[in-house]
Design a protein around this ligand. Structure first.
Ligand SMILES: Cc1cc2nc3c(=O)[nH]c(=O)nc-3n(C[C@H](O)[C@H](O)[C@H](O)COP(=O)(O)O)c2cc1C
Length: 197
């Protein structure tokens, strides 16, 4: 095997979701995050619509995000009777545990030339590139699709229109060592079949 393949395999096999409990309080250099986003931008895209949209929050930006999402949750959840104080406090306080939080959006092209599911597929390819880049840089990261991800009222804050989709939030932090083991996978035979003859 060539060295390139060995390096790639190592990064892919070590990729994992690393959560806030393993993050150090130090901030990642913005230049590193910018490089990760250039790698995300290399994702495949049908008809080259490049539907991924990112907003990077760090420093005071994280405070702004925390205020926005907790207040939006309070408004929406109070109106429909589902409000929970613990969820509100989580949305307000948890963001500060990440160095950077990247909102991940899917922008529909004006002509809707591609079915939505394909555009979402392209966006999640970009997310995988973020995961791989985080691994290669020795950083912790994971995608969250909870909180206000599915709130239609949230879209505008992230530069998205009514036809677009907010797809989640990619959290990032510096880590000392990753203490959690690699997540398990079910046997390949359940997921792959070969046709040869
Ligand atoms: C589409 C998608 C949505 C996810 N949403 C969440 C989430 O809301 N909260 C969370 O803790 N992890 C979320 N994750 C991360 C998964 O929990 C994680 O990928 C899974 O546990 C497997 O672990 P691994 O990434 O280390 O292999 C999401 C991952 C994907 C691909």
């Amino acid at each position: 095997m060539s060295t390139e393949v060995e390096i790639f395999e190592k990064v892919v096999m070590q990729r994992r979701s690393v959560f806030q409990k393993d993050y150090l309080p130090e901030r990642i250099e913005d230049e590193v995050v910018a490089k990760m986003l250039v790698m995300a931008d290399r994702a495949p895209t049908h008809k080259r619509t490049e539907p991924w949209r990112f907003v990077v929050f760090t420093g005071q930006g994280i405070t702004k995000l925390a205020k926005f999402q907790s207040e939006l949750y309070k408004k929406v959840a109070t109106a429909d009777g589902s409000f929970r104080e613990d969820r509100y406090l989580n949305l307000l306080n948890k963001p500060a545990e990440s160095s950077h939080i990247i909102s991940v959006g899917m922008k529909r092209d004006a002509a809707h030339s591609i079915p939505e599911w394909e555009e979402l597929g392209a966006v999640f390819c970009a997310v995988e590139n973020l995961y791989l880049a985080a691994t290669a840089f020795g950083l912790g990261g994971y995608l969250s699709t909870g909180g206000i991800t599915n709130f239609a009222e949230a879209k505008e804050f992230f530069g998205l229109g009514p036809e677009d989709r907010l797809c989640g939030f990619f959290h990032l932090g510096k880590i000392k060592t990753i203490e959690t083991p690699l997540s398990k996978r079910k046997p390949m035979e359940e997921k792959v079949s070969w046709v040869k003859d």
